[in-house]
Ligand binder design. Structure first.
Ligand code: TYD
Ligand code: MG
Length: 462
């Protein structure tokens, strides 16, 4: 086959150059030229010819109200926690991108999912570019997937993968990983921005035209973002991130984008010697098990997606050097600096000469501001060396004026904590349920606060 011509396109201005240059000849930006396949010249010419007009006539235009809004058909993957983040199951013709650190369990999870899909009567294909067929087989034995009927293709050439998908017409295909696939129309190496973009575009087109759902495994960069062009995330229907610390056995799958469901849902898994197992009631796993309450620890209820989770926030305040450090794990560091300022100005608690460390237990990452109050209480508890009482928890957003703002769906958070035997709560005033004496909140003493000072006052009385 004759090689198609490639050109270099500037990602900033769209200018083109026949060969690679460090500086874009059109806009003078540095390092922005990326290889791409030249569109055949015929397409560019005579755009508005009669042929074009006849095409427009045949194109179907319909009024929105007349289009049937059929709900998409979902096939459960058999992994309940994975289905939760996908919005109920995998959708025909959908493209899912799943990213995560090496060794976190992407290949394991997808192999398990493919096997249960295959068992439920779907036809599946696992394309591996990183491991040999034997390695995949070894893993499947380890996972206890005996007599698995999942079809495996060890291939990295895009055209062969596309041809195989066209020939086998599987319901679901996994490409592990998109960074290993290459198209021989480009001269760049596999994994380069140009290759990833080109291959993902072809695979997406293939999914849409054939109805095969395609799952792309993506690498992440050192900073934790999906490697490759940002445009990859726009191209696909669903973006999932696999996170968790490799030394803890818990793994979270988080939906960042989902055209077929809610985002910010999380699925919780535990890595066992038999692969990943869904954790259907994850509330208790992000609490460390202290026999007696310790200073610097405060439990909060976070709502990631639809499910409340209890997470322990730990803080350590220690006398620091001339330039004290503020470090956070699992929480936003800028937000920590802001909270310390609020604590000083509105509650008169100064940590100016102290190192402050905060941590969300269990490797969970909390992005919602409802963690603010728990962070502040953990810090003051550590500063005073006094633990918060047993069975205590708090949540609420803290504003710059020192006000404590309500957290969304506060009642659900309170109910979950009450269910797990927590007894004392400090929460924003508007989150206090009207019927706080009802059975669901039994045994729970709720303290309502409107300002940071109020919260400090209440915990001082414990
Ligand atoms: P893997 O799925 O290969 O990760 P990725 O594809 O994201 O790079 O995960 C491999 C890790 O999981 C490896 O460190 C060993 C561990 N593991 C288990 O603990 N139990 C198992 O049953 C399997 C298959 C892997
Ligand atoms: Mg892998």
């Amino acid at each position: 086959m004759a090689k198609e011509k490639t050109i270099y396109t500037c990602t900033e201005c769209g200018g083109i150059s026949p060969k690679w240059l460090g500086k874009c000849p059109s806009c003078s930006a540095w390092n922005t030229l990326i290889e791409s396949v030249a569109e055949s010249a015929a397409l560019g010419k005579n755009r508005y010819t009669s042929q074009f007009q006849s095409l427009a006539k045949t194109a179907e235009v319909a009024v929105l109200a007349d289009i049937d809004a059929t709900d998409v058909q979902r096939t459960p993957t058999g992994q309940e926690e994975l289905d939760r983040v996908l919005g109920g199951g995998i959708v025909e013709g959908a493209v899912v991108l799943i990213g995560g650190d090496p060794g976190i369990g992407k290949s394991t999870l997808l192999l398990q999912a493919l096997d249960s899909l295959q068992r439920s009567g779907q036809s599946t294909l696992y394309v591996t570019g990183e491991e040999s067929g034997a390695q995949v087989a070894l893993r499947s034995r380890r996972l206890g997937l005996v007599a698995s009927q999942v079809r495996v293709l060890a291939e990295i050439q895009l055209d062969k993968i596309l041809a195989t998908i066209a020939a086998l017409q599987p319901d679901v295909a996994v490409i592990d990983s998109i960074q290993t696939v290459y198209s021989d129309q480009l001269t760049s190496a596999p994994g380069s921005v140009a290759q990833v973009r080109e291959c993902a575009a072809h695979l997406t087109r293939c999914a849409k035209s054939s109805g095969t759902a395609i799952v792309l495994v993506g690498h992440v960069t050192k900073e934790g973002a999906l490697a490759g062009p940002r445009v990859l995330e726009h191209m696909v229907d669903t973006v999932l991130y696999f996170e968790g610390e490799t030394h803890s056995s818990f793994r979270l799958v988080r939906a960042i984008k989902n055209r077929f469901g809610a985002v910010n849902e999380i699925g919780v898994f535990a890595m066992t010697e038999k692969g990943l197992k869904g954790v259907s009631n994850p509330s208790a796993i992000f609490l460390s098990q202290h026999a007696e309450p310790v200073p610097g620890s405060c439990v909060m209820v976070t709502l990631e997606g639809t499910r409340p989770l209890l997470v322990e926030i730990q803080a350590l305040v220690d006398s620091g050097g001339p330039s004290p450090r503020r470090l956070s794990v699992g929480l936003d560091r800028d937000r920590l600096a802001m909270l310390l300022a609020v604590l000083h100005r509105h509650a008169g608690v100064a940590c100016m000469d102290q190192d402050v460390f905060v941590n969300a237990v269990g490797g969970v990452r909390i992005s919602e501001p409802a963690a603010d109050l728990a962070v502040l209480l953990a810090i003051t508890s550590s500063l005073r060396g006094k633990p918060l009482p047993k069975g205590f928890f708090a949540f609420g957003e803290v504003g710059l004026a020192g006000e404590v703002r309500p957290a969304p769906r506060g009642q659900e958070r309170l109910k979950e904590a009450a269910k797990l035997g927590f007894t004392v709560a400090v929460v924003p005033k508007s989150n206090v349920p009207k019927k706080s004496h009802s059975k669901e909140f039994e045994g729970l003493t709720i303290h309502a606060v409107e300002r940071v000072e109020d919260a400090m006052q209440i915990v001082r009385t414990f």
